[in-house]
Design a protein around this ligand. Structure first.
Ligand code: IMP
Length: 209
């Protein structure tokens, strides 16, 4: 079965092909002649994922899927959330995005220390966070959504050269003491939010086939 994946990222395309396995041919946006940025104006990951998949389905008229991912940091009230890609600005600079998260957590921690020093009641700042991925699949006009979550904490500093995005500051519960950028691509794919959502989609497609 041929499926268009709303991505220009070859790494994501390869990961999805490996997870879906035999019987599925994944096609990138460039291969179907889509070179523009697909609009993402929703207020939630689900809305954005659906918006991207619908845009693609209307343009190419064939089976397709889109994903949207966000990082939620508890102490930041769930931010950056739907604004994960452009948290520190429209240039989508990963380093600036990570620095902003680290800075905001350090400010909260120093405020909490100051309050404690003044004898005020204060709760320790939680660095708990999670990645969430939502995939929307449109197959023969039917819309199906799949989700995957990866729980962890935000590290105190960046570490590692692998991965992309916020990987250097995210420590998954499964690999304590190492960020996602410290572990191998294989190790990350086995536990990742996107891996889980893709495997849920693969299972559904295989059951349907
Ligand atoms: P997208 O929806 O896949 O484009 O992801 C939105 C943003 O989330 C990206 O620009 C990345 O900064 C971040 N992101 C998505 N997936 C990951 C991941 O697996 N590791 C780290 N950051 C990610």
């Amino acid at each position: 079965m041929k499926l268009v994946f709303a991505t220009g990222n070859v790494g994501k395309l390869r990961e999805a092909s490996e997870i879906l396995g035999e019987g599925f041919e994944l096609v990138s946006l460039a291969e179907v002649g889509i070179h523009e940025d697909i609009p993402e104006t929703g207020k939630t990951l689900r809305a954005n994922s659906l918006q991207k998949a619908k845009y693609l389905y209307e343009k190419v008229g064939c089976n397709c899927f889109a994903d949207d991912t966000g990082l939620e940091v508890d102490a930041l009230g769930g931010a950056p959330g739907v604004y994960t890609a452009r948290y520190a600005g429209d240039d989508k600079d990963f380093n600036k995005n990570m620095d902003k998260v680290l800075y905001e957590l350090s400010v909260l921690e120093s405020e909490s220390r100051m309050a404690a020093a003044l004898g005020l009641k204060t709760k320790p700042v939680s660095r708990r966070a999670r990645f969430k991925s939502v995939i929307t699949l449109i197959i023969n006009g039917e819309v199906k959504m799949f989700e995957g979550t990866l729980e962890g904490v935000i590290s105190r500093e960046k570490s590692g050269n692998g991965g992309f995005g916020y990987d250097p500051i995210f420590i998954a519960d499964e690999f304590p003491g190492q960020t996602l950028a410290d572990i191998t691509e294989e190790e990350k794919n086995a536990i990742s939010h996107r891996g889980k959502a893709l495997r849920a989609m693969a299972q559904w497609l295989h059951e349907k086939a």
